[in-house]
Design a protein around this ligand. Structure first.
Ligand SMILES: CC(=O)SCCNC(=O)CCNC(=O)[C@H](O)C(C)(C)COP(=O)(O)OP(=O)(O)OC[C@H]1O[C@@H](n2cnc3c(N)ncnc32)[C@H](O)[C@@H]1OP(=O)(O)O
Ligand SMILES: O=CC(=O)O
Ligand SMILES: [Mg+2]
Length: 724
C-alpha cells in the first residue's frame, strides 16, 4: 500500500516525495517549499483544463459515431468534410507563418541522422542508447541479416572469416561511395597516413592516392605517419576508420583496419511513454531516477553478459587532431529527448485536494523539466544540450487546443523552475487524426519552442481505426501501410513542416522500423523515409541506428527538403479517405489468419506488460518474425479485432477461441523463462489474459482506442495481488 506525505493540499506518494526532495531538488536552484506550493497551484489551474480537453475528445467521438451510424447507407465526401468542419474537428487554418525556435542543438537543427528510442526504465538499455552516438559498422553487419549466410558465411557461435570478409567488403564499398579515393578503392589500400594535412592512402605498388574530396578528411588519432583512427565526414555525419594491425581483425586486413565506426543515433528519445509500464509512484520513480542519472552523467548499471560482469556508464567525448594540427572534439553521446506521457492518464503518485489522482502528463512535465535543469546548470559530468534547452516529446495530442495546452503547461513549468521562456522545447508527435488534419495550427501554437514533428504512424493507425469505428469494417492490418490516408498523412506532415519553416530549426521525423531482426529489409526500405523528406527516422536498437545511418550518407536529405519547398501541396481529401474495406468477402482462412496474428501479438505483449511490467517487447508474429510491440502496436491490433467484432466479420466465440488457442502458443514461446506465469489453462484466473480480452471486447469503448487504461488497471491489480 502506498504511503502519502501531505504537503499543502497535496498528498504525495512517499517514494516520489523522497526522490524529489533528496535527489531531484538539491542543486537545482529550486527551494523545496516553493516547489510544492507552485506545483499545487499549477495542478489547481491546469487539471480542469486537462479534463475539459478530454471531455472534448469524447464529445467529438460521440458525434462521429452518431454521424456514421446515421449516414452508413452512403454519403457524399463534401457532406462528410462539412460535418467535420461544423464540429470543429477540421479547424479553420491559421495564416502562413514560420517557426522561430532558438537555441536548438546542432543535432536537431542541422544534422540529419537516425533517432533511437529506448524505454528509460531499463538503465542497461537507456545507457546503451545514450552511447549509441557511434557504433561499429562491422558488428552491425556481422550480427544481422544484412550480410547473407550464403556461401559459407553463417554466423555460427565462433568468428567466421568468410562472413568477416563479406563484412569488410561491404564496409569498404560503402567508404568508396561516401568518401572515394582517386582512381582506387579503399579495398586496395595498404597504408593510411596523414601527409601535409591530407589523408594519404598507399597502394601495394607503392603509389599514393588522395580523397576525391580532400575536405572530407576531418582528423585523426595517433601520429600522422601511423594513425590509429581516421575521421571522415559526409553529409554532416562522421565515420571513423579504426586502424590496428595487431588486432585480431586488423591483422588480416591489408591496411590494418580493425573496424569502421559510424556516427549512428545522433538523437535518442528516452521514453517515459509507450515503451514503459509505469503505473504507480514506485514505477515513476524508477523512470525519473534513470533520467536524472542520464542528465547528471552518473547513471551506471552492472550486469552479467556472456559470463562476464559488465558495468555500463556514459561514454566520454571523442577527441581528434585536425588536419591543421588543432583539436576536434565530437560528442560521444546521443542528444537526448525525453518523451512524456500524453494528456489522458492520471497517476496515483500525487493526489489533489479532492483526493483524486492528478494528470500524469502534468507530473511528467514538471518532474522531467526539473531533471533537465541539472543539465542546464551543468551539474553533471557531461552536457546534453550545449544550447541550454530541455527537449520534451509530447505524444498523443488531438488538435491545436491540446498543443496550446502543452504550451501553457511548459510556460508555467518554466516560471516555476526559474527557466527562461522557451527553454523547454517540444517535439510534437503527429500521431492522432485531429493533429494530422490541423498540423499547421498545432505547430502555430508552439512556434517558438517546436523542435520536431514526427509521424508516429503506429498510434496514428490505431486512431484511424477507432475514429471511424462506426463507418464499417476496416481493411486488413497489413493493407493499412499502403492505404491512401496513410501515404497522404506522411506526405502532408513533411509538407506542413517544410512550409512552416522547420528546415534548419527542427526535425521532420518519420516512424519506427518495428522489425528489429529484419535489417536487410530495413536497409532496402528505410531510405524511402528520407527520400520522402524526413531528416530523421526512428530505429528500435543501436544496431539498427548504425545501419540506418548509412542511408543519410547515401541520400542528401537537405537537397530533398529544399526541392519539396518548391512544390508544397495540400492533400487533405486523401487524408480523409477512411480505410473501410470496399468488400468484406475475405475467405475463412484470411479472417482466421488476421485474428490469430493480432491475438498472438496482443497476448505476447500484454502478458509481459501485466505480469512483469515490461513496456516494450519483441514478440513473434504468426510467421515467427519478432516484432517490436509497444502500446501503439497494441492499440492497432486490439482496435482491429474490436472493429471486426463490431461489424460481425468475426463472432465473439471465434475471438474467444482464437485467444485461447494463441494463449497456448504464447505460453509455449515463453516456456524457457522461469519467471513466466502461463495464461493457460486457467484463463479466468490470469489477469494478463483478462487484460487482453478486455482490450478487444471493450475496445470500442476505450477512449480513442487507447490501451493504457486497461493495462494500468490490470497491472495495478496484479501488483496488489487481488487474485493469485
Ligand atoms: C510506436 C512507438 O512508440 S515506437 C517507440 C517505442 N519503442 C521502443 O522504444 C523500442 C525500443 N527497443 C526495445 O525495447 C528493444 O529493442 C526490443 C524490446 C524491441 C527488443 O529487445 P531485445 O529482445 O532485448 O533485443 P535483443 O536481445 O535483440 O538485443 C538486446 C541488446 O540490444 C540492446 N538494445 C536493444 N534495444 C535497444 C534500444 N532501444 N536502445 C539501446 N539498446 C538497445 C540491449 O542493450 C542489449 O544489449 P546489451 O546486452 O549490450 O545490453
Ligand atoms: O509513437 C510512435 C507511433 O508510431 O505511435
Ligand atoms: Mg505513438
Amino acid at each position: 500500500m502506498s504511503q502519502y506525505v501531505k504537503i499543502g493540499n497535496l498528498n504525495v506518494d512517499q517514494a516520489l516525495y523522497e526522490f524529489i526532495v533528496s535527489e531531484a531538488l538539491p542543486e537545482s536552484g529550486v527551494a523545496d517549499e516553493q516547489f510544492w506550493s507552485d506545483f499545487e497551484t499549477l495542478l489547481d489551474e491546469l487539471t480542469p483544463v486537462n479534463q475539459s480537453l478530454l471531455g472534448e475528445r469524447d464529445a467529438i467521438q460521440n458525434q462521429l459515431d452518431t454521424w456514421y451510424k446515421e449516414n452508413n447507407a452512403g454519403y457524399e465526401f463534401e457532406e462528410y468534410k462539412g460535418f467535420l468542419e461544423e464540429i470543429g474537428y477540421l479547424e479553420p487554418k491559421v495564416d502562413d507563418f514560420k517557426v522561430t525556435t532558438e537555441n536548438v542543438d546542432h543535432e536537431i537543427a542541422h544534422q540529419a541522422g537516425p533517432q533511437l528510442v529506448v524505454p528509460v526504465d531499463n538503465a542497461r538499455y537507456a545507457l546503451n542508447a545514450a552511447n549509441a552516438r557511434f557504433g561499429s559498422l562491422y558488428d552491425a553487419l556481422y550480427g544481422t541479416d544484412v550480410i547473407s549466410e550464403d556461401d559459407g558465411a553463417e554466423q555460427g557461435s565462433h568468428y567466421n572469416p568468410v562472413r568477416g570478409k563479406k563484412v569488410v567488403t561491404y564496409a569498404k564499398e560503402f567508404l568508396d561511395r561516401i568518401a572515394p579515393l582517386a582512381e582506387t578503392s579503399h579495398k586496395d589500400v595498404i597504408t593510411y597516413k596523414v601527409t601535409g594535412g591530407e589523408l594519404s592512402a598507399t597502394l601495394s605498388d607503392g603509389s599514393e592516392r588522395r580523397l576525391v574530396d580532400p575536405g572530407k578528411f576531418k582528423g585523426y588519432q595517433g601520429v600522422p605517419d601511423d594513425p590509429s583512427a581516421i575521421l571522415l565526414e559526409n553529409h554532416g555525419l562522421h565515420v571513423e576508420i579504426q586502424l590496428d594491425p595487431d588486432h585480431p581483425i586488423g591483422k588480416d586486413d591489408p591496411a590494418g583496419v580493425k573496424d569502421v565506426l559510424v556516427e549512428s543515433a545522433t538523437t535518442t528519445i528516452m521514453d517515459c511513454e509507450d515503451s514503459v509500464a509505469a503505473v504507480d509512484a514506485e514505477d515513476k520513480v524508477l523512470v525519473y531516477r534513470n533520467l536524472l542519472g542520464l542528465m547528471k552523467g552518473d547513471l551506471t548499471t552492472s550486469f552479467n553478459k556472456g559470463g562476464k560482469e559488465v558495468t555500463r556508464h556514459l561514454q566520454p567525448d571523442r577527441s581528434y587532431t585536425t588536419p591543421e594540427g588543432g583539436e576536434r572534439v565530437l560528442k560521444g553521446r546521443s542528444l537526448m529527448f525525453i518523451r512524456n506521457v500524453g494528456h489522458l492518464m492520471t497517476t496515483p503518485a500525487i493526489l489533489d485536494k479532492n483526493g483524486d489522482e492528478v494528470p500524469e502528463g502534468i507530473v511528467d512535465g514538471v518532474v522531467t523539466s526539473l531533471l533537465g535543469k541539472h543539465d542546464l546548470l551543468q551539474n553533471g559530468k557531461y552536457q546534453n544540450s550545449v544550447e541550454g534547452s530541455i527537449y520534451i516529446v509530447k505524444p498523443k495530442m488531438h488538435g491545436s487546443k491540446e498543443v496550446a495546452f502543452a504550451n501553457s503547461l511548459f510556460n508555467k513549468i518554466e516560471d516555476m523552475l526559474g527557466l527562461e521562456r522557451h527553454t523547454i522545447k517540444i517535439g510534437v508527435m503527429d500521431e492522432e487524426r485531429r493533429t494530422t488534419l490541423n498540423l499547421k495550427n498545432c505547430i502555430h501554437e508552439v512556434k517558438e519552442r517546436i523542435v520536431f514533428i514526427n509521424t508516429g504512424f503506429l498510434d496514428r493507425t490505431g486512431d484511424e481505426i477507432h475514429t471511424s469505428m462506426e463507418a464499417g469494417a476496416m481493411i486488413r492490418k497489413q493493407e493499412m501501410k499502403t492505404s491512401t490516408w496513410l501515404q497522404a498523412y506522411e506526405q502532408s506532415n513533411v509538407n506542413v513542416g517544410i512550409e512552416t519553416g522547420l528546415i534548419g530549426k527542427a526535425q521532420i521525423g518519420k516512424g519506427m522500423w518495428a522489425m528489429p531482426e529484419l535489417m536487410y529489409n530495413m536497409m532496402e526500405q528505410k531510405g524511402s523515409q528520407l527520400i520522402a523528406g524526413a531528416n530523421t527516422a526512428w530505429v528500435p536498437s543501436p544496431t539498427a541506428a548504425s545501419l540506418h545511418a548509412l542511408h543519410y550518407h547515401e541520400i542528401n536529405v537537405k537537397a530533398i527538403q529544399e526541392k519539396i519547398l518548391e512544390n508544397i501541396t495540400d492533400n487533405i481529401n486523401d487524408i480523409l479517405q477512411v480505410p473501410v474495406a470496399s468488400s468484406t468477402n475475405w475467405s475463412e482462412q484470411e479472417i482466421q489468419q488476421e485474428l490469430e496474428n493480432n491475438a498472438q501479438g496482443i497476448l505476447g505483449y500484454v502478458v509481459r506488460w501485466v505480469n512483469h511490467g515490461v513496456g516494450c517487447s519483441k514478440v513473434p508474429d504468426i510467421n515467427n518474425i519478432g516484432l517490436m510491440e509497444d502500446r501503439a502496436t497494441l492499440r492497432i491490433s486490439s482496435q482491429h479485432m474490436s472493429n471486426w467484432l463490431h461489424h460481425g466479420i468475426v463472432t465473439e466465440e471465434q475471438v474467444e477461441q482464437t485467444l485461447r488457442k494463441m494463449a497456448k502458443v504464447v505460453d509455449e514461446q515463453n516456456a524457457h523463462d522461469s519467471e513466466y506465469r502461463p495464461m493457460t489453462p486457467d484463463y479466468e484466473q490470469s489477469i494478463a489474459y483478462q487484460a487482453a480480452r478486455d482490450l478487444i471486447f471493450e475496445g470500442t469503448k476505450q477512449p480513442n482506442g487507447y490501451t493504457e487504461p486497461i493495462l494500468h488497471q490490470r497491472r495495478r491489480e496484479l501488483k496488489e495481488n487481488v487474485y493469485i
